[in-house]
Design a protein around this ligand. Structure first.
Ligand code: HEM
Length: 380
């Protein structure tokens, strides 16, 4: 019999395939490549595979049967981890401090400033060796982007509160693949017990933008963590890439976060980094001439040619739509179609300095959404 926790994972994965809104997406998905080729999956396996050889039978069985390669890979990582070996029979968990867990964590105080600075140096080292800038940006965004400004109560309002570390939220369809980001930074969390997950996610994201050549983000720290999976937001608060009416959808989702048209366009510019993988989100080609050789593990489809460099090429490329190896999601294309979005998109395509300024402000605002700061708020 499969472990009930793992089995419930599987049934959810099977029930929640990625949204495919066009026949071409369907075809792309048919040709998708196994997750094992991805940078982050490979990294997570490197991190954990040596620690156990005995506790993997349930996960191995499930990974063979699961249709969601990203999650079966995640399950492998979890099952091979040292802590899961010692905690078999309890909830799936790789961290004594509460990460990836179905159970409550006792630590929820805000972060220690000196430890934040050291953690930032460790993140820089990680970025140099793993080229994981994009997925760390996405991690910060998906923790913060659940915020609902119409709910006052913390943490029910969602936002940057570290809730994405819990498996109940990680298995939301929009978060496919993000367990790999957690695997990458968990050792940093373990090293700095005085840094909350909520701060670490935002620190990792801002550091990744800066290290990729982007603007300095005016960040502050001191976010308090939620303490249990019961405090995670419900599924469905993050945007879809192929909704029937992309402009209306983007406004509905981002206005709920308290963000405006300028901020929607500026933040979309984060897609200058990274790739989409059909085996995670259902979007993008399995590989292109820009991704087939990495850096890091090959594969996926990027929005830009130099997808580890933060600049304004996203706006130039989605406007031109000239290269079929570069991705343009429906929610990207609409930035040059909707009259209000278009004003900003045109500006950013022309003027990188303005893009950097607006991006830095919007990113900082995003990183604070819904967060509860336990004073003092720390700038780094
Ligand atoms: C506007 C609505 C948005 C939609 C519909 C959207 C959708 C997506 C999708 C489908 C992917 C591919 C995921 C995968 O297959 O692994 C992706 C990747 C990414 N997204 Fe977005 N996104 C949006 C906004 C944002 C924002 C606001 C940010 C950051 C501020 C962001 C940052 C990223 C990054 C960096 C990646 C690349 C991840 C990687 O390479 O692993 N996105 N997004």
């Amino acid at each position: 019999m499969a472990d009930p926790v793992v089995a419930s994972h599987l049934s959810l994965v099977l029930k929640a395939p990625p949204t495919i809104s066009s026949p071409s997406q369907f075809l792309l998905q048919q040709h998708s490549k196994p997750m094992a080729s991805s940078l982050n999956s490979a990294a997570s396996l490197r991190l954990f595979v040596s620690s156990s050889s005995s506790s993997s039978s349930a996960a191995a069985r499930l990974s063979l049967r699961s249709t969601s390669l990203s999650f079966s890979s995640s399950l492998k990582s979890l099952a091979f981890s040292p802590l899961s070996r010692h905690k078999r029979g309890s909830a799936v968990s790789v961290s004594s401090t509460g990460g990836f867990s179905s159970v409550a964590s006792p630590k929820c105080a805000a972060s220690d400033p000196d430890q934040l600075k050291s953690a930032r140096e460790d993140i820089k080292e990680l970025l140099k060796s793993k080229f994981c800038h994009p997925i760390l940006v996405r991690l910060g965004w998906h923790d913060a982007g659940t915020y609902n400004k119409n709910i006052e109560e913390w943490p029910r309002r969602g936002g940057a509160n570290g809730s994405l570390r819990f498996e109940v939220e990680l298995k939301h369809a929009a978060n496919a693949g993000l367990v790999n980001a957690l695997n990458l930074i968990q050792h940093i969390k373990d090293k700095y017990s005085g840094v909350t997950y909520a701060d670490l996610f935002q620190l990792a994201s801002a550091t990744a933008i800066e290290e990729a050549g982007g603007p300095k983000i005016p960040m502050k720290y001191g976010r308090v963590d939620v303490s249990g999976p019961n405090e995670c937001p419900e599924e469905g608060r993050l945007p879809a890439a192929g909704p029937p009416s992309p402009a209306d959808h983007l406004r509905e989702v981002f206005y709920r976060m308290g963000l405006n048209d300028k901020e929607i366009v500026a933040l979309s510019g984060a897609h200058t980094l990274g790739r989409s993988r059909p085996d995670r989100s259902g979007w993008g080609k399995p590989e292109t001439k820009y991704t087939k050789d990495g850096p890091g593990a090959p594969g996926g489809q990027s929005w830009t040619v130099q997808w580890l460099k933060f600049d304004n090429s996203y706006f130039k490329d989605i406007k031109a739509k000239r290269d079929e190896d570069l991705l343009v999601l429906p929610t990207d294309a609409v930035l040059f179609e909707d009259p209000s979005f278009k004003v900003y998109a045109e500006k950013y395509a022309e003027d990188q300095e303005t893009f950097f300024k607006d991006y830095a402000e919007a990113h900082a605002k995003l990183s604070n959404l819904g967060a509860k700061f336990n004073p003092p708020e720390v700038g780094l």
